[in-house]
Design a protein around this ligand. Sequence first.
Ligand code: DGL
Length: 264
Amino acid sequence: MEAPIGVIDSGVGGLTVVKEMLKRLPNEPIVYIGDDARCPYGPRSTQEVQEFTMEMATALSKMDIKMLIIACNTATAVALDEVREHFPFPVIGVIVPGARGAVKASKTGKIAVLGTVGTINSHAYDDAIRTLLPNATIHPLACPDFVPIVESGLYKSENASGVVKKGLVGLAGKDFDVAILGCTHYPLVQHHIQAHLPSKVQIISSAVETVFDVERILLSKNITRDDSSKVAPIFYTTGQTQQFLSIVEDWLAIKKPDVRHIML
Ligand code: DGL
């Protein structure tokens, strides 16, 4: 099926899921919306996040997508069910796949969850982990300062390392062998996170597991694209195209990506 797969996030975070898509499902056309003008979603009310998520999904439904990935934990936590009910195409989020990846990787059942204030307060990860592992010990931590350093493009700076170190102080003295990057922006600062956690801790991002689910749904619904010619992804942002483009070039190693502005 030629129709594209839609991917949405509050900003550039969903590009971490796109990166895995390009590796594993390189023939699938992608159309992405990042709501950078209203990012971060983490501190916003449930109602706002639900409204904004519906707006992005509606815009993509008009582009005739065959499937939607809510590549944002904050939006997945509060809007997945509503979006699923509203549209005819399959919709997947990133929290259940992330929880599954963490439970698979953990030997002790002691898991740290890093996320936005919205995601942590929703307890969506606690629920998803406990469904799979009822006796899990979970250490949730909101890291509100990480998204702004990623959105501003400063994720490689020295300052970023300091911001991450400070943000992780809440985990000092806690025992866990797996940490979930429960926000799709965080893989861009993963090297800093790894550096400031004990070396035995394995870091899990939901992107890899999410793309397994995408592949499974494409196959089960028989909507995989058969043509093996590549189609360049199209990226829409509600914010500054230049800033978005620099992050796409850097993170996805795409030269001259197709980045366009969109109003929702
Ligand atoms: N990337 C998003 C997430 O996975 C949202 C970050 C934000 O906008 O606060 O939660």
